[in-house]
Design a protein around this ligand. Structure first.
Ligand code: ADP
Ligand code: MG
Length: 680
C-alpha cells in the first residue's frame, strides 16, 4: 500500500471528483484518510416524534400516510409528505427534487434524518436524508460530517473516504513509538484512523481523537523544540561587539531599570554577543517597559556597526516609538527615522536611500518596512512590537533583509506557559514580570447597569478636572456593521446627552487607518475628552492624561482582553480607574469580574482566564500566527497539550536530535509533516 498514491486511483473517484478533491487540498490516499470529520451526527437511534424539540436535528422512523404532494411555489416546487409514527404525525418537505416523487410508498417504514421544526405541536422536518428499511446509506449509525466539501456531497465524500479506508485496512505503519502508545494508552494508528471516520459510538470518537490529537500536537511541539535546539544553533549569526556596552544608554535614562528589565537585558546581551542568531520573545505587561529594552538592544547593534529595524503594528505606535528613541539617541549622534506609508514620496525616497547607504542607524516603522524596496546596508537587529498583528511570514520578510540578524519579538499579551510553548516553541522566552515602581495601581470597579447615573457623574467629575476618558463599546458579535451601529448609537447619546458639555469622538475598525490615526492623535493632544471605540484602540498608545476606562458589557470580553484594555490608562501621574459595566448574575460572570478587581497582574489573569473559559477568549485577542492543525484544537485540547508538552520536553532533553532507536518514528513523523517548513 502506497500512502502517496494519487486519489484518482481510489474507487469512486473519477476525473471530475479528482479536481474537486484537489480543491480541498486532497491529492493522495494519505490526504484522504487524514481529512478528518468536523463533527458527527447520531443517526443510529430513532426518536419518537413527540419528543423532537424545535430546532434539533433528529432521526425519526415513520410511515407515509399519503402520497407525495407537489406544490408549486414562486420559483420552486415543494414536495410534501405526510408521515407518522406511534406518537405523532409530521410533514416532511423537500424542494425541487422531483425524483422524490417515486421514492416513498404509503404504509412502509422509512428513516428520516433532518432538522425538526416544532411549532405548537405542528412538526415539520425539512430536507431530510432518508433510508428505506432495506438500505442503510444515510442512517443507522453515527455519521461523520466533513469540514468543507465544496461541490462534493457529504454522501460522496463519505463513500470515497470509506473506499480509501478499505485500501489501507490495518496496514498503516505505526507513527508513534511503542513506549508512548503504552504509557498514554493510545489507540494504534489503524484503529484510530478507522474509528475517527467510522465510529460505532461516541467513546470511539473520543479515543480516536485523543490519539490523533496527541500525535499532531506532539509532532508540532517536538518540531519547534528541535528547531530551537538544533537548527537555530547551526545558523551563523552576528556576534555583536563586547565593547558596545548597553550601560552607556542605561546611564542616560532618567529612571532606574527594574530588576526584571535588567535580567531580560542580560539575556539579550548574551544572545547578541554569541554567534548564534537571537530568536527571542519578550513578554511584558503594558507599561512594564519593553520599549526601553528594545532601545538598549538597538544601541548595542548600532555601536557594533549595524542597523536596527523596529516594526510596530500601527503608524501611531511607530511614531510614539520614534519620539521615545529620539529623546535618547538624538544626543548620542545616532540617527533614527520613521518609515510609514503616510509620508510624502520624496521624503520616503530619501529615507530609503539613506537607509541603503547606511546613513540611518535605526529605522522605525510599520509594515511599510517589509516592502521590497526597503533595503539595508547592514541590518543586524529586528525588533517587532506585536499585538499579535504580524504573521510569521511578515516577520520572516523583514528578517530576510539582513543576514541572520538577531530577532526580538515583543508582546504585551501575557501568554500562559502552555500556549507560549506551542505558539513560540522555537524561541527563547524572556518575561518582564514587574512594573516600574512609580506606577500607580489602577482601581477597578465592576458595576451593574443600575449604577449608570453614578458612574456617568464620576466620569464627568474627572473630565471637569481636565482628564480624559475612554469608553469601550459593547461588543456586538454578528458583524462589524452591527458593531459600527452600536458605536454610532452610543456616540449620539453620549454627545447629545450624557457628555454634551464635552468633545466626544468615536473610533471603529471600519474607519480608514488615516482617520483612525488622526482621531487618536487628537485624543493624545487633549483635543478630545471622551473617546468611544470598539476594541480597535491600540493597547500601546500612551495618553498620560487619560485616566478613566469604561468598558461596556464587560461580561462579554475575555479577561486577558479586559486587562489589555485597562492598560490604556494608568500611564501618567493621575490616579486611574477602570469601570467594568456588566450584566448578568451568573457565578462565572461574578467570579471573572472579581478577578479583574482583585489583581493587576496580567499573567495571573491570563492563567485564570484559561482556567475559567478555556483558550477561546485568549485567542479572541489574537489574529495571526496560530499554527494550523488538522485535528487538534487548542480551544478544547489543552489537557492533551499539557501532557504532550511534558513528553516533548523530556524527549528532546534526552535525545536532542531524535537519533535514538526508540525515537526514530518521531523523527520521521516530524520530517514528513514539516518537510516544507524547515530542513531538520
Ligand atoms: P511597554 O512598551 O512595555 O508597554 P513602555 O516601554 O512604553 O512600556 O514604558 C512605559 C513607560 O514607562 C514609558 O514612559 C517609559 O519611559 C517608562 N519606564 C520604563 N521603564 C521604567 C522604569 N524602570 N522606571 C520608570 N519608568 C519606566
Ligand atoms: Mg510598548
Amino acid at each position: 500500500m502506497d500512502l502517496n498514491k494519487d486519489v484518482k486511483y481510489i474507487k469512486g473517484v473519477g476525473p471530475n471528483r479528482v479536481l474537486l478533491l484537489n480543491k480541498l487540498g486532497i491529492h493522495t490516499l494519505k490526504d484522504l484518510i487524514t481529512y478528518y470529520p468536523r463533527k458527527y451526527q447520531d443517526r443510529s437511534k430513532p426518536q419518537d416524534l413527540i419528543d423532537c424539540e424545535n430546532g434539533e436535528e433528529a432521526l425519526i422512523e415513520v410511515v407515509p400516510v399519503s402520497r407525495m404532494a407537489e406544490i408549486r411555489l414562486r420559483g420552486k416546487t415543494m414536495y410534501k409528505l405526510q408521515v407518522r409514527d406511534e406518537t405523532a404525525s409530521a410533514s416532511a418537505i423537500w424542494f425541487n427534487q422531483s425524483y422524490l416523487k417515486t421514492q416513498f410508498k404509503v404504509g412502509e417504514k422509512y428513516k428520516l434524518y433532518g432538522k425538526i421544526k416544532n411549532v405548537g405541536g405542528k412538526i415539520t422536518i425539512t430536507s431530510p436524508v432518508f433510508d428505506s428499511s432495506e438500505k442503510q446509506n444515510n442512517t443507522g449509525r453515527i455519521i461523520p460530517i466533513y469540514p468543507l466539501t465544496y461541490k462534493l456531497s457529504q454522501n460522496t465524500i463519505r463513500r470515497i473516504v470509506e473506499n480509501a479506508l478499505k485500501e489501507v485496512k490495518n496496514n498503516l505503519p505505526e507513527t508513534l513509538p511503542d513506549y508512548l502508545i503504552e504509557e498514554y494508552k493510545l489507540q494504534d494508528i489503524n484503529e484510530a484512523t478507522a474509528k475517527i471516520h467510522m465510529p460505532t459510538d461516541f467513546i470511539d470518537i473520543e479515543e480516536a481523537r485523543r490519539r490523533l490529537v496527541f500525535e499532531e500536537l506532539l509532532s508540532v511541539q517536538l518540531a519547534l523544540l528541535e528547531l530551537k535546539n538544533n537548527y537555530m544553533n547551526e545558523l551563523k549569526g552576528i556576534q555583536f561587539d563586547k565593547k558596545a556596552h548597553m550601560s552607556d544608554i542605561i546611564n542616560l535614562l532618567p529612571f532606574k531599570l527594574t530588576k526584571a528589565q535588567l535580567r531580560v537585558l542580560e539575556e539579550i546581551d548574551n544572545n547578541m554577543e554569541s554567534d548564534k542568531p537571537m530568536n527571542r520573545l519578550l513578554q511584558g505587561d503594558v507599561g512594564s517597559g519593553k520599549t526601553v529594552v528594545a532601545m538598549c538592544a538597538a544601541y548595542k547593534a548600532v555601536k557594533s556597526g549595524y542597523q536596527a529595524a523596529i516594526m510596530a503594528p500601527t503608524a501611531i505606535l511607530a511614531t510614539q516609538h520614534l519620539e521615545n528613541f529620539k529623546k535618547y539617541f538624538g544626543e548620542l549622534g545616532i540617527r533614527c527615522e520613521l518609515l510609514i506609508s503616510g509620508i510624502p514620496k520624496w521624503q520616503k525616497d530619501s529615507i530609503l536611500q539613506d537607509l541603503e547607504r547606511g546613513d540611518i542607524d535605526i529605522i522605525i516603522g510599520t509594515h511599510a518596512l517589509i516592502e521590497d524596496n526597503v533595503q539595508f546596508q547592514k541590518l543586524g537587529l529586528v525588533v517587532t512590537d506585536e499585538q499579535h498583528r504580524f504573521g510569521v511570514r511578515q516577520r520572516a520578510k523583514i528578517v530576510e533583509k539582513g543576514e541572520n540578524p538577531d530577532v526580538l519579538i515583543m508582546t504585551a499579551t501575557p501568554i500562559p506557559r502552555t500556549l507560549g510553548l506551542i505558539l513560540y516553541g522555537d524561541m527563547d522566552i524572556s518575561i518582564i514580570d514587574e512594573l516600574p515602581p512609580n506606577r500607580k495601581e489602577i482601581d477597578t470597579f465592576a458595576v451593574t447597569k443600575s449604577k449608570t447615573e453614578r458612574i456617568n457623574n464620576f466620569v464627568k467629575e474627572q473630565l471637569k478636572e481636565g482628564r480624559q476618558a475612554y469608553i469601550v463599546c459593547p461588543l456586538v458579535e454578528e458583524s462589524e456593521e452591527s458593531d459600527l451601529k452600536s458605536v454610532e448609537e452610543l456616540y449620539k447619546k453620549y454627545k447629545k446627552e450624557t457628555f454634551k458639555e464635552y468633545t466626544v469622538e468615536y473610533l471603529h475598525g471600519k474607519m480608514k487607518t488615516k482617520d483612525k490615526d488622526e482621531i487618536m492623535q487628537r485624543f493624545k493632544e487633549g483635543k478630545i475628552d471622551v473617546l468611544l471605540s470598539t476594541t480597535v484602540i491600540e493597547v500601546g498608545v500612551d495618553v498620560p492624561n487619560a485616566n478613566i476606562m469604561v468598558i461596556e458589557d464587560a461580561q462579554r470580553f475575555g479577561l486577558a482582553q479586559l486587562h489589555q484594555l485597562r492598560g490604556r490608562v494608568g500611564r501618567g501621574e493621575y490616579k486611574s480607574y477602570c469601570i467594568l459595566r456588566y450584566e448578568g448574575n451568573g457565578k462565572e460572570i461574578r467570579e471573572r469580574m472579581k478577578v479583574m478587581c482583585d489583581t493587576n497582574d496580567g499573567f495571573a489573569i491570563s492563567e485564570k482566564d484559561l482556567e475559567l473559559r478555556g483558550t477561546g477568549d485568549f485567542f479572541g485577542t489574537m489574529q495571526h500566527g496560530l499554527p494550523e492543525f488538522k485535528i487538534a484544537n487548542l480551544f478544547q485540547d489543552i489537557t492533551i497539550l499539557k501532557s504532550v508538552q511534558s513528553v516533548a520536553i523530556k524527549i528532546i532533553s534526552e535525545d536532542p536530535k531524535l537519533e535514538k532507536e526508540e525515537n526514530i518514528k518521531l523523527k520521521y513523523l516530524i520530517k514528513d509533516k514539516f518537510k516544507n517548513v524547515f530542513s531538520i
